[in-house]
Ligand binder design. Structure first.
Ligand code: ATP
Length: 744
């Protein structure tokens, strides 16, 4: 048995030369090459090896005298290193000096080298923290190159005799003459028993950055083949093993761990403990099994590379398409300078794939986790009546409304040009533009009066719909998001939610969205793009699921056509829990969830997309006693038994019911906002379980469109109205953590 250290190029240029070292078939030899030169043959080329800059302390042409580990390297590492290098020979190849933690080569070995003028360098390092180092999990799949590497390292470590040999007994050992200063070393292993045309190569390098204490092992490249190394394959695929048993072709593994992940180096060492080296006395069958393992790894690697290549090609093709579409879009918008070209390109007339690609490009749905909309609803007739009591609606409506709301586009009463506030007091309470909502709050609750203080809050959205906007504007903006459900992209799980205070227009908006969705998906069913459509509707009331269609919450009913769907929606809607509140005559007291499951059958692959449309219950403060009393009086006046009922008890009962509803609604909305925020921030822990609503929507919150609905203020001096608006906007702010500027 011998250890040979010589110039690597000798192997490639003169294979015979290699043969003469470690000739003894009964023995194993470990041959270590240095990095200079480079093999042009035998499957190795110079560019397969790392370029090693020779350090000033160790010029290349000097004989190799020793090898040192840095001070501070831990014991466990040194054991690994020792054992790795000493397995092949009963005569230790190198020593470890405990005093200075250095590793040394006996000079005699080196002088036996046929290439004395060259030196071999190697340096292996693992994480400084032995615990972290050894416990780092490593994927031991066959196709994981890191574990291949570990297998080799382990092959050496398992045969360690080294620790038993006292330093003094090392033949030819001299005190270290030189310490090698890293940075980079290469380590090539050539077992003697390997066929000459097959070489096992392990190239290691080490980052000895002075700034960082953690050191990494970067395994650059490893060529393994034939029966070069025998170890127990971690091979579960017996079929493969058998079929590959006689395959003697060489196997190459390219290993380039992420340089930043220092722990991977220690992962190699941890895996190292898992595998076993098989010595000379093992049968050739075992050799074959090792070989088959290697072949399997090779195959797996080729397969994975092929997949990566295909993936890249399809990405490239997609980019090309996107580029063409963008170009087209750009040219059209250049010539027409309006957005109609975008709409026409994204319309259903365009080819589906083009539409999809373009949508991905022009919208940020696929980039943003949550898309935020704000809608300020219009005044109802009752509200206008109220207003008309203060000012003449016919003549002064616009003037009056302008003191309450203003949208800079689409507001006929108050277009940007005609609006010119003279004083701060004449500013509208609620101002919106396409992406911003500004709310002014008069702290002393008065619009007039010198020195009144005003707070101004600004909230930003992806899109804001002013109080004069109609439903079609809302659905048009949401269409890119909604249409994803009919995209032939599998596993789309989308959720649209309408949030807002009681009476802010949530149900109104949700109905508009439903009216858009119904014909849209059924048209796809007719054109056979969609295979089947399923629907369910239920509500969450006081944290309990209430079925509105006799279908369990996690199930769906197959719906054949739009009419059938319409009937289901209507009957569900009628069953919803509603009550009169101070702000809405028919206020929804529950979260209502409309669920669509759209299924496709493409290329024999079935998959379904999910769209949830959620009409959230109105966020509300507890009802006042005064309001409840009026409500009770009205209802009792309408019932013949009114005189028999204990009024106080009834009030108490009603108060309890409303309060429980309000508490549950607010709690679940608060959990929802927290969950969305956590998801947006990528938090590890998401508290879905804290409310029934989030439990149900757990899998469907990765793509959310949230419409925050606002009721416009009807009274200039009404502080409560403004507060309700601010509260709703704050919910959106919490959900998305977008900026709020608050200045006096
Ligand atoms: N954009 C709008 N234009 C005109 N009227 C609207 C608009 N949005 C809502 N409304 C009207 O405002 C009233 C309250 O609307 P809606 O019931 O949708 O509110 P909500 O937020 O669902 O209330 P709740 O939470 O109490 O159920 C209704 O009479 C509705 O017709």
């Amino acid at each position: 048995m011998s250890l040979n250290v010589f110039h690597e190029s000798s192997l490639s240029k003169d294979p015979e030369n290699v043969q003469q070292h470690g000739q003894d078939d009964q023995s194993k030899a470990l041959t270590i090459f240095n990095e200079s030169g480079g093999s042009q043959e035998e499957g190795l080329s110079s560019d397969e090896f790392m370029t090693v800059s020779s350090s000033p302390e160790q010029p290349r042409d000097e004989p190799f005298d020793g090898l040192a580990l840095e001070h501070g390297d831990d014991e466990i590492f040194r054991e690994d290193f020792q054992s790795m290098l000493s397995f092949a020979s009963p005569i230790p190849m190198m020593a470890v000096d405990d005093k200075d933690s250095s590793l040394h080569f006996p000079k005699t070995f080196l002088s036996n080298s046929p290439h004395e003028n060259h030196h071999s360098e190697f340096f292996i390092q693992k994480s400084e923290d032995p615990l972290t180092g050894y416990e780092t999990p490593v994927n031991r799949e066959c196709n994981n190159n890191l574990s291949d590497c570990s297998a080799i390292l382990h092959a050496f470590s398992a045969n360690s005799q080294w620790s038993d040999v006292p330093l003094s007994e090392l033949p030819g050992f001299k005190t270290p003459l030189k310490f090698i200063t890293p940075p980079v070393k290469k380590f090539i292993i050539l077992p003697d028993s390997a066929p000459r045309n097959v070489i096992s190569t392990l190239v290691l390098s080490k980052d000895f950055s002075s700034t960082t204490k953690r050191k990494s092992l970067k395994v650059k490249k490893m060529n393994i083949s034939g029966n070069a190394l025998r170890f127990t394959p971690n091979c579960e695929d017996n079929h493969y093993c058998q079929s590959a048993q006689n395959d003697q072709t060489s196997s190459t593994a390219i290993i380039v761990p992420n340089e930043d992940q220092h722990d991977k180096s220690s992962g190699i060492f941890s895996s190292l403990k898992e595998l076993q080296y098989y010595g000379e006395n093992k049968s050739t069958e075992e050799d074959s099994s090792v070989c088959c393992h290697l072949c399997r790894c090779k195959d797996a690697e080729i397969h994975s590379l092929k997949e990566q290549l295909e993936d890249q090609i399809s990405k490239y093709n997609l980019l090309l398409k996107e580029y063409d579409l963008l170009k087209e879009l750009y040219e059209k918008t250049e010539s027409t300078s309006d957005t109609s070209s975008v709409n026409s390109l994204t319309s259903s007339q365009s080819s589906d794939s083009a539409r999809k690609v373009l949508r991905n490009v022009i919208s940020f749905d696929n980039v943003k986790f949550i898309k935020l909309y704000c809608r300020v609803r219009n005044f109802t007739c009752e509200e206008l009546e109220e207003i008309s009591k203060i000012v003449s609606v016919d003549t002064n409506c616009c003037n009056h409304l302008s003191q309450l709301v203003r949208h800079t586009t689409g507001d006929e009463c108050n277009s940007e040009s005609s609006f010119s506030p003279q004083t701060e007091q004449s500013l509208p309470v609620l101002t919106t533009d396409d992406s911003k909502v500004v709310i002014r709050k008069y702290l002393n609750n008065t619009m007039s009066g010198v020195g009144s203080k005003m707070s101004k809050y600004e909230f930003h959205f992806d899109k804001v719909f002013g109080y004069n906007s109609d439903n079609s504007q809302v659905t048009e903006s949401l269409s890119t998001f909604i249409n994803r459900v009919i995209d032939d992209e599998p596993q789309q799980r989308l959720t649209i939610m309408a949030y807002g205070a009681t009476g802010s227009g949530k149900t109104f908006t949700i109905q508009a969205i439903m009216n858009y969705v119904k014909p849209m998906i059924f048209s796809k069913l007719q054109s056979k793009i969609v295979q089947s459509i399923h629907f369910n509707c239920f509500e969450v009331y006081n944290e309990q699921i209430v079925l509105l269609m006799n279908t369990e919450a996690d199930q769906f009913k197959l719906v054949q056509n739009e009419n059938e769907l319409e009937k289901l929606i209507q009957s569900s809607h009628n069953k919803r829990k509603c009550a009169e509140t101070e702000f809405n005559k028919r206020s929804s007291r529950s979260h209502c969830i409309y669920r669509f499951k759209v299924c496709f059958d493409e290329n024999d692959q079935d998959y379904c997309n999910i769209l949830n449309i959620v009409d959230l219950a109105g966020s509300e403060r507890l009802s006042s006693d005064e309001f409840l009393q009026t409500q009770l009086n009205t209802s009792q006046n309408n019932t013949p038994r009114s005189r028999d009922v204990n009024k106080e008890e009834a009030l108490k009962g009603l108060k309890k019911i409303r309060n429980t509803e309000t508490v549950n609604i607010n709690k679940s909305l608060s959990v929802l906002s927290q969950v969305i925020k956590s998801l947006a921030q990528g938090s590890k822990f998401i508290n879905y379980r804290d409310s029934t609503l989030t439990k149900i929507l757990k899998h469907d919150l990765s793509q959310v469109a949230l419409v925050v609905n606002l009721k416009p203020p009807t009274k200039i001096k009404d502080k409560t109205e403004v507060e309700r608006i601010v509260n709703s906007l704050t919910f959106a702010k919490k959900a998305n953590a977008f900026e709020i500027s608050n200045f006096k």
